[in-house]
Design a protein. Structure first.
Length: 137
């Protein structure tokens, strides 16, 4: 995890977001323990209550579970739950702006795929559409 904090949101929330990113990126997997509150607090020089508050958000979201005397562990299905939520958030919050920019700039799907470093996927049994039949974008 990055040791820098920004002033745009509380540290406990940033800590929660960093753990979420680690789950989404596959750094933390189902059943893995979270680092102890004390270790995180010492390493990042934050109050243990701040770390606990960030971890508690993960418990409240059912992403981690507390095992008394053993610590906190990533729940089964946490990544899928996060992916569902993050996809919905992306489509609702970010995609409308991105789609508007794509339309404003007149970018084609081929240009976007090329810029992303992937090639368009075509079905082997389908013929490419005639140029005069394609929609104006």
């Amino acid at each position: 995890m990055d040791r820098e904090w920004n002033d745009s949101q509380p540290i406990y929330r940033q800590l929660r977001d960093r753990v979420v990113a680690m789950i989404l990126d596959g750094v933390l997997n189902e059943g893995d323990p979270l680092p102890s509150v004390r270790n995180v607090a010492a390493e990042y020089r934050v109050n243990p209550i701040t770390v606990l508050k960030g971890y508690q958000e993960l418990v409240d979201e059912q992403l981690v579970e507390t095992r008394r005397g053993r610590g906190m562990f990533i729940n089964t299905g946490a990544r899928e739950l996060l992916m569902r939520g993050e996809r919905q958030k992306f489509l609702a919050e970010q995609w409308p702006r991105i789609a508007a920019t794509i339309q404003r700039l007149g970018l084609t799907p081929e240009e976007l795929l090329s810029a992303a470093g992937t090639e368009p996927v075509t079905e082997p049994h389908l013929e490419p559409a005639e140029p005069h039949l394609e929609e104006e974008r």
